[in-house]
Design a protein around this ligand. Structure first.
Ligand code: SIN
Length: 330
């Protein structure tokens, strides 16, 4: 009898020890993204990891998985809803299966520069768009910039007619699809992780991206021409699942939030620097020719692409488009 009681006591003690150990386990945030470490998003994610460690005293640990190591942007949101990853920052163009309004950010020539983007995103309407994924179980935590997009190709693109008949890789966005269709080009939706090989093997003729992505993924080494069009925006939304976000205690959630806000401010500074420095690095590489457009040539691209606005006006909302456009004048 004594032996049975002792065994039971040992069992209970072991159980108590295990529960204590479990209570001390840190909360893990897996942060998955598709770009290189040396990019605005890569650097923001690393900064977030450091800040979370410092602010939570290690009770929350961020694990960063860059370069599509864990998920591509095409499957990361599903994985998030299943609890296999806790945070990501897909390009705004990649949310079309979840909401219509974010398509706003893909309209060509909507924002004249990143200051206009900032003004709109900080406005009431811009902030409200962070809630547009709520019905799908996702929480938008903030915007992060990369920069304006340029066109790269195997052929020199000076005027819209030069793009006719060429195959361009695009992100999974119907607005971007329409944008290339207005040029009589063929848009092809492909994950970011496949772009370099598709360009290198000439399966595709061109693509659109920011200076930072063109540099960090070496697209400039396999694309002899880059036209500085600044025709579109590459921006991100940091998202998590409602389930994960509400599972954090109030204090931990506030600490993670604060860490993220600081990391985003840092990431946006990196983005501003990189859109100048990475362009410079590409120019100095001598591997590609950067084509600068005259005002008359640029006006032709605007005229060719702008009809896309009308096509998507109904699903995005004319008032929203108007407000975003007005942020250029403030
Ligand atoms: C990214 O910057 O996250 C990827 C953009 C792309 O898919 O072109």
């Amino acid at each position: 009898m004594k032996a049975i009681l002792t065994a039971a006591a040992v069992g209970l003690a072991a159980l108590a020890f295990n529960s204590l150990a479990l209570a001390d386990e840190p909360v893990v945030i897996k942060f998955s993204h598709v770009v290189a470490e040396n990019t605005p998003k890569g650097k923001m994610a690393e900064k977030f990891k450091e800040l979370v460690a410092a602010k939570t005293g290690g009770s929350v640990v961020v694990e960063v998985y860059p370069n599509s190591q864990l998920f591509t942007d095409d499957n990361v949101l599903e994985a998030m809803l299943l609890g296999d990853v806790q945070m990501a920052a897909p390009a705004l163009s990649k949310f079309s299966r979840y909401t219509d309004v974010l398509a706003l950010y893909d309209l060509p020539f909507l924002f004249q520069d990143m200051d206009a983007v900032d003004r709109f995103q900080q406005s009431e309407q811009g902030q409200k768009m962070l809630d547009s994924l709520s019905k799908k179980g996702l929480v938008g935590l903030g915007y992060l910039h990369n920069g304006l997009k340029q066109l790269s190709a195997d052929e020199p693109l000076r005027v819209p007619a030069d793009a006719k008949g060429l195959k361009f890789r695009i992100m999974s966005s119907d607005v971007l699809e329409a944008q290339f269709e207005t040029l009589d080009a063929t848009p092809i939706k492909k994950p970011f992780s496949e772009v370099f090989t598709l360009l290198q093997t000439k399966a595709l003729d061109g693509q659109e991206n920011s200076w930072s992505n063109i540099y960090s993924k070496k697209f400039y080494e396999v694309q002899p021409y880059i036209t500085e069009t600044n025709h579109g925006l590459l921006d991100y939304m940091v998202v998590t699942s409602k389930e994960f976000w509400s599972s954090l205690g109030d204090e931990q959630r506030a600490q993670v939030r604060e860490a993220l806000d600081e990391a985003l401010a840092y990431g946006n500074e990196v983005a501003a620097d990189k859109s100048v420095e990475d362009k410079q690095r590409i120019a100095e590489s001598g591997r590609t020719e950067i084509i600068e457009l005259t005002p008359a040539e640029r006006a032709q691209w605007v005229d060719a692409m702008k009809p896309v606005w009308k096509q998507f006006e109904k699903e995005i909302g004319p008032e929203l488009i108007k407000s975003a456009y007005q942020s250029n004048q403030d």
